[in-house]
Design a protein around this ligand. Sequence first.
Ligand code: HEC
Length: 112
Amino acid sequence: MRFGVFGAGLIVSAGILAVQAVPGKAAGTDEDAEFGVLKVAEGVEETYYTCTACHSERIVAQQGLSRAHWDELMEWMVEEQGMNEIDEPDRTLILDYLSEHYNEDRPNFPRR
Ligand code: HEC
């Protein structure tokens, strides 16, 4: 029997893993965290919940595509990856969101 290790001071200090703020965004970090790295704007909620059913929102955020290309990607996601067809008006809302905030100039590319 090895009761000797009790009280030896093995304290797991999980509390040290503090939640980190989203870089480059000083304010509204609580809200930001709710949608991962996605920019909080109109359509973020629909985008986040639709697109994180299968993978991280980072896969979305790290892409920079034109509207037409996002449209194709959503078709591809339905045809090849088993995503359910997104009903309107959500599909357009998500497409608007993606092409505004994750276009080819990558204005919101995650830095971390
Ligand atoms: C039914 C599951 C599913 C849903 C829902 C889904 N995806 Fe995907 N997505 C996948 C899979 C699986 C892959 C990886 C495909 C591969 O790399 O072979 C992927 C990959 C991607 C990629 C990377 C493509 C590349 O060229 O590497 C992007 C961008 C993406 N998804 C965007 C989205 C967006 C935007 C949405 C929401 C509109 C979404 N996904 C919803 C399954 C899904």
